[in-house]
Design a protein around this ligand. Structure first.
Ligand SMILES: [Cu+2]
Length: 636
C-alpha cells in the first residue's frame, strides 16, 4: 500500500475523519441550526461525470462533503454541502416532511420510552413477564398507512421479544400480540395495541455452539495459502487485479460502491471503461402476512436503515479466508463525531474451478485453464437479517454481484401445535411469514465510453416454412429501448431474455458494437397489490429493469427519503416523464432478489441463500480474452 501522505488526491478518495470534523464544524458554526442538531449522514459529495472529466483534464480537486442534518425532533431535514477548501456552505436545502434512515438515537429513545410505559408494562404483565430487562424491543421504521400519528413525526413501531438469558435468541420467543407506536424523536409512546395473548413459544432456538454439541468431528483442516502473495494491489482505494481496475468506497446508506470499473488493455496501455459507478440503490423486504400484528412490516434496508451504517467489521478466518486485504471506512456518528469501521471491506482472490478446457479427440492433448476471481465484499446486519454483498471480477471480463442472505427470520408466535396461513411453522409455537427481499442495483454503465444504450435480446423458435423446412430455426429478437416507458421491462426466462449495454459508437474487430450483457438471476417482482401502501412505496420493485438518462441526483430507486414516505418516489416518478434514452448517458436499474418461503431448515439461523446477476462481455472483446492465461503449474 502507498503512504497516504504521498498519494495524490482523487475525487473518489474515501471520507476522512478530518473532513467529518471540518464539515460538522461548519454546520455547527453557521448559527443556522440549534445546539444538539443531529447528523443523519455525512459523506463525500460525489462529483458528477462532468466534474470527473474536468478533474481528469487537470482541474484542481474541489472536495465537498454532503450532510443530512436534523435540526430538531420534527420530520424535517436540511441537506448541506460544505466546500473543504474554505469550509464554506455551498448548499443549504431544507426538506420538510422527510425522514432520514432510522437514527440509533431514535431507536434507543423508543426502547427506553416503551419500557417505562404503563400500557406496555401491563401487556407484558398479562403474559407473566415482570422483568422488563428480559424483553428485547426491536424498533422498526413504520411505513406509511395514513394514520394521524404519523404526521409530522419520526416514529417507530416496536416489537417485543423475550430472552430468558441475555444471550438467548430473542426471535425464538416473540411476545405475540403487543404492538407499540412511539414518537421516536421525542421518546413518547403514542399507542400500545394488544391483539391478545399467545403463550411464549417453548424452545429457546439457540444457534450458539454451547447449545449445539456434539459437533461433527470429521472435518479436516482446509487452508488457503498464496505463498507468493496475492495478484492484486491496493493503493488507497484504487484496486487493480489482472486487467481490472476500480475504486472501492463505502457510503452510509448504499454500503459498498464501486467507481470507475475498467479493463486495462495490456496491448495498448489504455483502460477501457465498463462501469462508471455501481451500488445497491435500495432494497425492500415486504412481509406477506395479513395479520394486523405483521401486515405493516416492511423494511427499506438502504433508505430506512443503511447498508454502510450497519456494516460489520470483518474477521479473518471467519468472514474471509485466505490472503485478505481489508479496507476501513470512516463514518460519522449522529452527533457528528467521526469513527473508523475497521475491516469494512474484504478483498481477496478465490479459485473458481475451471475457466476453459478442451481435449483434442485426435491427439489426446488437453488444455485447461483455472478460473480465479477477485472478491470485493461487505456484510451488513440489519436487525434480524444479514446481507453479504459480494462483487466478483473474473479473468474473462465477467462481473458478478452475489448477495448472500443469512441471519434470523422475523418470527410470529402461534399456539403450540397451531398452524399459520401465509407462512411456515418453523418450531413449536413459532412461525415465519412469507416475505420478499427485493434489491435494486443502480448500474451506471460506461461501456467503452459514456454514451451507451440498452438493447433487449430474446429468442423464439420460428415457424416451419420454405426458409425453415426442418422447423429448427431459432430467431434472435433485438429491440433498442428508446425511452423510459419502453425500458420498464421484466424477465422472461423461457425466451432467455437479457439486456445488452451497448456503445453504439464503438465497434469491435468484427464490426459489431461493443457491449456487455446483463444476465438476470433470481428475479421475483413485488407481489403486494399495486395500490397497497407498500405497492406504492416500493414502485421500483414492480419491474426487473428500468433505464433512465443519467442524472447525478437520481441515486436511489425509491427516492432519497423512503422512511414514512407515502410512495411514488424514485423510479416511478422520474420515468413518468418518459425521457429519451438515445444518444445520452444512461443509468440501468436492475431489481432482483428472492421470495422467501420460510423452511424449518432456516431456523434458528438461515444457511445462506443467494441471488444476484452477471455482467458478461458480449462483443466487448474480439475473442476469448483469457487465451493469454498460462497453463496451470501443477497439472499432473
Ligand atoms: Cu428472508
Amino acid at each position: 500500500m502507498t503512504d497516504p501522505a504521498t498519494r495524490s488526491a482523487h475525487p473518489h478518495d474515501p471520507l476522512t475523519a478530518d473532513e467529518v470534523r471540518r464539515a460538522v464544524a461548519s454546520v455547527e458554526g453557521s448559527g443556522r441550526v440549534p445546539d444538539g442538531a443531529l447528523f443523519a449522514t455525512v459523506a463525500v459529495d460525489e462529483p458528477d461525470r462532468d466534474q470527473l472529466a474536468a478533474f481528469a483534464a487537470g482541474a484542481p480537486l474541489d472536495r465537498r462533503i454532503r450532510l443530512v442534518v436534523l435540526p430538531g425532533p420534527e420530520a424535517a431535514v436540511v441537506e448541506v454541502v460544505v466546500r473543504m477548501a474554505d469550509g464554506s456552505i455551498v448548499e443549504w436545502t431544507p426538506r420538510d416532511d422527510e425522514r432520514p434512515a432510522l437514527l440509533y438515537d431514535d431507536a434507543y429513545r423508543s426502547i427506553l420510552a416503551l419500557k417505562a410505559d404503563p400500557a406496555w408494562q401491563a401487556a407484558m404483565g398479562s403474559r407473566g413477564i415482570t422483568d422488563f430487562d428480559r424483553v428485547q424491543i426491536d424498533p422498526w421504521p413504520t411505513g406509511n398507512f395514513g394514520r394521524d400519528v404519523e404526521d409530522g413525526r419520526r416514529i417507530t413501531r416496536c416489537l417485543s421479544y423475550y430472552r430468558e438469558e441475555p444471550s438467548d435468541n430473542g426471535y425464538a420467543r416473540p411476545v405475540e400480540g403487543v404492538l407499540a407506536t412511539v414518537d421516536a424523536a421525542r421518546g413518547v409512546v403514542l399507542e400500545v395495541t394488544d391483539y391478545g395473548v399467545v403463550p411464549l413459544a417453548p424452545e429457546r432456538g439457540s444457534y450458539l455452539p454451547e447449545h449445539n454439541e456434539p459437533f461433527r468431528d470429521d472435518l479436516r483442516t482446509l487452508e488457503i495459502t498464496q505463498p507468493d502473495g496475492v495478484s492484486f494491489s491496493v493503493d488507497g482505494n484504487l484496486l487493480t487485479w489482472q486487467h481490472w481496475t476500480m475504486r472501492v468506497a463505502m457510503t452510509p446508506l448504499e454500503g459498498l460502491v464501486l467507481h470507475d470499473v475498467g479493463w486495462e488493455d495490456h496491448g495498448t496501455g489504455t483502460t477501457r471503461t465498463v462501469l462508471h459507478r455501481a451500488a445497491i440503490s435500495e432494497m425492500v423486504v415486504p412481509y406477506g402476512d395479513p395479520d394486523p400484528m405483521h401486515s405493516w412490516k416492511n423494511a427499506f434496508d438502504v433508505g430506512e436503515w443503511g447498508l454502510g451504517r450497519m456494516a460489520n467489521s470483518l474477521k479473518l478466518g471467519c468472514d474471509c479466508l485466505g490472503e485478505i486485504t481489508y479496507l476501513d471506512a470512516v463514518f460519522a456518528s449522529e452527533h457528528g463525531t467521526p469513527y473508523v469501521l475497521e475491516h469494512a471491506v474484504c478483498i481477496h482472490e478465490e479459485d473458481y474451478g475451471i475457466l476453459w478446457k478442451h481435449t483434442d479427440m485426435n491427439t489426446g492433448r488437453a488444455e485447461v485453464r483455472r478460473s480465479r476471481r477477485l472478491v470485493v465484499s461487505s456484510i451488513a446486519t440489519v436487525g434480524n437479517y444479514e446481507y453479504g454483498f459480494f462483487w466478483y471480477f473474473y479473468l474473462d471480463g465477467t462481473i458478478q454481484l452475489e448477495v448472500k442472505l443469512t441471519g434470523i427470520m422475523s418470527t410470529k408466535g402461534i399456539p403450540v401445535d397451531g398452524t399459520t396461513s401465509h407462512g411456515t411453522v418453523i418450531a413449536p409455537g413459532l412461525a415465519a411469514p412469507i416475505h420478499q427481499h427485493l434489491f435494486c442495483a443502480r448500474l451506471d454503465p460506461a461501456v467503452d465510453g459514456p454514451v451507451n444504450e440498452v438493447h433487449e435480446v430474446s429468442f423464439a423458435g420460428e415457424p416451419p416454412g420454405p426458409d425453415n423446412p426442418l422447423g429448427n430455426a431459432i430467431g434472435r429478437r433485438v429491440e433498442r429501448l428508446g425511452s423510459e416507458a419502453a425500458a420498464r421491462r421484466d424477465v422472461d426466462a423461457a425466451s432467455s431474455r437479457h439486456w445488452r449495454l451497448v456503445n453504439p459508437g464503438r465497434t469491435n474487430g468484427l464490426g459489431q458494437p461493443v457491449a456487455y450483457k446483463l444476465v438476470p438471476g433470481s428475479t421475483p417482482r413485488l407481489l403486494a397489490d399495486p395500490a397497497s401502501s407498500i405497492g406504492r412505496r416500493a414502485g421500483f420493485a414492480r419491474h426487473n429493469l428500468w433505464v433512465t438518462p443519467y442524472r447525478a441526483d437520481e441515486r436511489r430507486a425509491a427516492g432519497d427519503y423512503p422512511n414514512q414516505h407515502a410512495g411514488g418516489g424514485g423510479l416511478p416518478e422520474w420515468t413518468a416523464a418518459d425521457r429519451s434514452l438515445v444518444g445520452t448517458e444512461i443509468v440501468v436499474w436492475h431489481t432482483f432478489g428472492v421470495t422467501h418461503s420460510p423452511r424449518p431448515e432456516d431456523w434458528p439461523v438461515m444457511p445462506v441463500e443467494y441471488c444476484g446477476f452477471h455482467l458478461v462481455a458480449a462483443g466487448f472483446f474480439d475473442r476469448n480474452p483469457a487465451l493469454d492465461l498460462p497453463p496451470p503449474d501443477h497439472c499432473h
